[in-house]
Design a binder for this molecule. Sequence first.
Ligand code: DQA
Length: 146
Amino acid sequence: MTKSVLIVNGPNLNMLGKREPEIYGHTTLSDIEQKCSSHAKELGLSIEFMQSNHEGDLVNTIQDAHGKHAGIIINAAAYTHTSVALMDALKAVGLPVIEVHLSNVFAREDFRHKSYISFAATGVICGLGAKGYILALDALTEIFDQ
Ligand code: DQA
């Protein structure tokens, strides 16, 4: 059966392309979704791609992944640095999780060096722009095949 991956995007990522292009580049979230879709096809995976600016919506979507998806890729954006609720939801579903950030959060402000998501993540990819999502799909494929 085709394995499905949930790709979760947090607040302000809907603004990619317009938002601080010197940090996040010109790629839009819809470009990223298309790249993920076509790469997932090559890997024989299906994806559900979502974005929300609301923490509770993100928690609900993660909870719903149980029994529906085989793994999760998450760029929780600013909630990365604040959300115990997202960390708990990821731990609760118990799926492999790859945390992605477009920018290198460790080369930025101190408050971005702390990630609650990392406590629940199998691996973290940051600083490689949209390519990070593609590498996360590759990483999950390897994890699924183990
Ligand atoms: C981000 C990094 C976060 O610190 C920031 O709040 C974001 C985007 C990234 O993809 O680089 O919104 O997650």
